[in-house]
Design a protein around this ligand. Structure first.
Ligand code: SF4
Length: 230
């Protein structure tokens, strides 16, 4: 069953009982700057009795985020950006910021700037990205990232993957995704997604899903099943 998406802290069931009012207000202040997103499934993994619960720390805002002394682009990605949404840092690899939506927003994300409203960085012109890759025969590996590419509708993903596959020198397509941990139902309830991966991942050119699990408690039976299906 698809879990309900939750975009605001005060939409969390029993929010007003889970934490003291002062703490809730503080977190809602953080949320106004760095947005929050999750869903009922992932939030059900939190032990609210434990203030330092690791799942809570992954996804629930923290007042320390308001300490704004760092940089919004800590990896200097701007300096590797060749086109809007396309980065070319390593010789054989290009990275496309394919989406600025995630199934949950990790509080530690080093691309938090994508979730702020002032600037969109995603690749809006797929043709231009493909032309860049075609013009660079050294690129054998295309990493679709974001945001989370698996949050896009499957036909949009298929359109892009199909066109990347037409470029002969690209061997590997990687999809960076935390959907298997945050929202495994997205994988299990969409046979077309699995079919797409099966069709486009061949002996000559593999698709790899690069996922991140940050805590063993994220490895639920549903998550394991989604990984098995992939
Ligand atoms: S899933 Fe990845 S891109 Fe999305 S918030 Fe987490 S670390 Fe950032």
């Amino acid at each position: 069953m698809i879990p309900r998406i939750i975009n605001r802290l005060n939409q969390i069931e029993d929010w007003e009982y889970l934490l003291p009012a002062k703490e809730r207000e503080e977190l809602e202040r953080v949320e106004r700057i760095f947005p929050f997103r999750s869903n009922e499934y992932y939030l059900s993994l939190i032990n609210w009795e434990d203030r330092e619960d690791p799942i809570r720390r992954i996804v629930i805002p923290n007042p320390n985020e308001l300490e704004l002394s760092g940089r919004l682009d800590p990896s200097s990605e701007k300096s590797y950006t060749r086109l809007p949404g396309l980065q070319h840092k390593y010789h054989q690899t290009t990275l496309i910021l394919f989406s600025d939506v995630c199934a949950g927003i990790c509080r530690f994300c080093f691309r938090k700037r994508l979730f702020l409203l002032n600037e969109r960085e995603v690749a809006v012109d797929l043709d231009a990205c493909l032309a860049y890759i075609r013009a660079h025969p050294e690129i054998t590996d295309v990493l679709l990232s974001g945001g989370d590419p698996l949050m896009l509708p499957t036909p949009a993903l298929e359109h892009a993957i199909g066109r990347i596959r037409e470029i002969e020198h690209v061997r590997i397509i990687r999809i960076g995704s935390k959907v298997p941990a945050y929202y495994p139902q997205r994988i299990l309830e969409d046979p077309e997604l699995l079919d797409l991966i099966q069709r486009y991942s061949t002996a000559e050119g593999r698709i790899y899903v690069m996922t991140q699990f940050n805590h063993p408690r994220e490895l639920t039976s549903v998550a394991k099943k989604a990984i098995d299906e992939l």
